[in-house]
Design a binder for this molecule. Structure first.
Ligand code: IVH
Length: 664
């Protein structure tokens, strides 16, 4: 029995801490010293560890972080967390509007929700019966990382909704650093002799993905939501949704607006662009969404993008710096790119010391010469580029025009510029630069995600002759690796483990890694959705590819050639011999007894709800709190009420707990 005084002290402590949190995080002030606040929190943690029965999921003690974890478990998103298509100008926005009007057969411009495009890290929060139970990053959209302990440390994420909300609510939004918090954190880091973070977005992503949530807790992150996975009952528009979220204590942006004409959207865009620098957090554009839920549902999605929304990006920031040199880089497809090396300059959130000049034509047009002052631009994740040359500040004589080489600067092999194309390519398939880039690409995050295999190591592997194509990576020995420069026994061992782990990759990553021209992660995803195994893709005809929405005839031909060309086909075959058997995730899941089913639990069942949910999800199901036409299965226990009634009306299959367990 817990003494009543303990109960009441814990209650009082929680109230006080929540009160001080609110003052601090919402009103930016404090009535007690940091030391006094820490003492309250420590006392609460002490009492909760002495009386574990008193621990709750929403206690403010949960915000301080906990022991580090070994890695983040995967978390699956169904419906997937989508990405946004971009528009870059007034005209492109009007085209977007025109397409929507045509497809929805509308006579006038629909109502749009116009929101700031927050520049942080996308996450989703799962609330069950009002309590935060999990949180995860977006990842590739269908699978992210479960970062629940870290999300709990973010003070603007409510651990419990401020109003009752039965059932499940999946809130989506962005974790960001407010500019003032970011500045203060960097000042403190500098005082403590730590490196300051370069920009809020990268810092937010890094902070939320710490294995030790106590580190996340020490970083002043914020959260702003912009949607939910499904429309909660009673909400019929984006603006309704924001009101609901706000009333549940979930932060939404005060800058969201509803626009009823093209003019209003444009004005909202311009207003936010003007306000950009003075806003408390970073934004890189606006997001325009059809406001009505019914219209969103009608127009639907296309591959990874909703057709009812677009991001209208602000113009990229431009700065002036000096051009120091021009070098030719050789990419994995043999493409030669002139790259400017620059006097370092801070632009678009990072320090840039090199920027692309794209190709020979662009280089000639811009007439950029060594020593010139040039305009450089960078937007978000986009590669920095030289926009134009300003020549020299004074009348000094300008440098020579840059002469484009006539042989590959890496292997000395022949180069060609295919007719009608703007790029030159090295024609030597075993050019070491091409090979190095293919290895680097294979190991990159969107592909096989092999930690420790960067450009430097890729170069060494090529130079030593240990790797002649990517399949050779899987025959490397520990001795070979540890014989290389800057590679200790431990790193060699880790790399072998990483390579071993990568053998069980899925089909999308495998295809991405092959580096087929024109095939990035998105197209690879489309292929993985359509075909079950790599063998099916290898045997497909060009027409089979054209059938896929999002793949045109040129790409289809490329794909077909890639899988029939002896050199590239040989690499794929050797990878398969090395133990790869990439399959679509769905194929795996179809072995799961409840794959793809939406399940609702109701009434009294003997195991805990969270246990039941975990088991069902393991078996491939999505568990929801309310019954709808989308529900496939009801697991009902004694005293089930209205949900059971509704399920009967809708003709949904109803089973009891025993049958549920039997099916598993
Ligand atoms: S809607 C359903 N709304 O932008 C479409 N996304 O480029 C996707 N983002 O992954 C979400 N502000 O992380 C939406 N007001 C906003 C947003 C927003 C920022 C991010 C989000 C998404 C990315 C796509």
């Amino acid at each position: 029995m817990i003494p009543e005084e303990v109960h009441s002290e814990v209650r009082k402590l929680r109230e006080l801490i929540q009160y001080y949190n609110k003052l601090y995080y919402s009103e930016n002030r404090s009535e007690i010293t940091d030391g006094e606040y820490d003492a309250l929190l420590r006392r609460l943690i002490m009492l909760e560890s002495q009386w574990p029965e008193l621990q709750t999921e929403d206690s403010p003690s949960r915000r301080v972080g906990s022991e580090p974890v070994a890695g983040f478990p995967p978390i699956r998103w169904n419906p997937p967390m989508l990405s946004l298509d971009n528009v870059f100008s007034d005209e492109e926005f009007q085209e977007f509007n025109g397409r929507i009007m045509r497809e929805l057969d509308l006579d006038s411009t629909p109502v749009y929700s116009v929101e700031p495009k927050l520049d942080g890290l996308a996450i989703a929060l799962i609330y069950r019966d009002g309590l935060l139970i999990s949180a995860g990053t977006r990842g590739d959209g269908t699978e992210g990382e479960d970062i629940t302990p870290n999300a709990r440390t973010v003070h603007s994420i409510p651990l419990r909704l401020t109003r009752p909300f039965p059932g499940t609510l999946i809130v989506r939004g962005e974790v960001i650093f407010r500019k003032d918090d970011f500045k203060r954190m960097n000042q403190n880091r500098t005082k403590e002799d730590l490196n300051p973070f370069v920009n809020p977005r990268n810092a937010a992503s890094g902070s939320l993905r710490q294995l030790d949530s106590r580190i996340t807790a020490s970083r002043p992150l914020s959260f702003i939501s912009y949607g939910t996975a499904e429309w909660p009952d009673g909400t019929t528009s984006q603006s309704d949704l924001f009101l609901l979220l706000d009333s549940l204590g979930i932060p939404v942006s005060p800058l969201n607006s509803v626009c009823e004409s093209i003019e209003e959207v444009k004005t909202a865009f311009e207003k936010l662009e003007d306000l950009r620098d003075s806003l408390p957090f970073e934004i890189d554009g606006v997001v325009i969404k059809l406001n009505e839920a019914s219209l969103q549902q009608k127009i639907g999605i296309q591959s990874r993008f909703p057709r009812w929304a677009a991001a209208w990006k602000f113009k990229a920031e431009e700065v002036v710096t000096r051009l120091l040199d021009i070098n030719i880089q050789v990419g994995r497809t043999g493409r030669l790119t002139p790259v400017a090396s620059l006097e370092p300059v801070f632009v678009g959130g990072v320090t840039v010391s090199s920027a692309t000049l794209h190709n020979e034509d662009e280089l000639l047009k811009k007439d950029a010469r060594l020593g010139d002052m040039v305009i450089v631009r960078r937007a978000g994740d986009v590669i920095p580029e030289v926009v134009r040359s300003l020549g020299r500040p004074s009348e000094e004589e300008r440098g020579q025009r840059f002469e484009f080489p006539d042989r590959c600067p890496v292997c000395g092999g022949p180069i060609a510029r295919p007719e009608g194309e703007a790029v030159h390519r090295c024609m030597n398939p075993s050019c070491p630069a091409r090979l190095r880039e293919s290895i680097f690409h294979w190991a990159s995050r969107d592909a096989l995600d092999i930690e420790g295999l960067g450009r430097k190591l890729a170069r060494q592997l090529v130079e030593t002759g240990f790797v002649n194509d990517i399949s050779d990576l899987y025959h490397l020995s520990r001795q070979q690796l540890s014989s290389m420069e800057r590679m200790g026994e431990k790193s060699a061992e880790n790399l072998i483990k990483e390579l071993q782990k990568s053998r069980s990759t899925n089909l999308q990553r495998f295809i991405t890694g092959l580096g087929i021209p024109g095939v990035g992660r998105t197209i690879a995803g489309l292929l993985a959705d359509r075909f079950s195994t790599i063998k099916d893709i290898m045997e497909a005809e060009a027409e089979d590819f054209i059938d896929i929405d999002g793949i045109g005839p040129v790409l289809a031909e490329n794909l077909h050639t890639f899988f029939h060309e002896p050199v590239t086909l040989g690499v794929v075959e050797r990878l398969l011999q090395a133990g790869f058997n990439p399959e679509n995730k769905h194929t795996h899941n179809s072995e799961k007894p409840l794959d793809g089913m939406t399940v609702v639990f109701t009434g009294g069942i003997s195991m805990s709800r969270s246990n039941a949910r975990n088991i069902a999800e393991e078996a491939g199901a999505t568990v929801t709190g309310s019954v709808s036409s989308k529900t496939d299965l009801i697991v009902a226990g004694p005293f089930a009420g209205s949900k059971l009634q509704k399920a009967r009306e809708l003709g949904i299959e109803i089973i009891d707990e025993e049958e549920f367990l039997r099916r598993l």
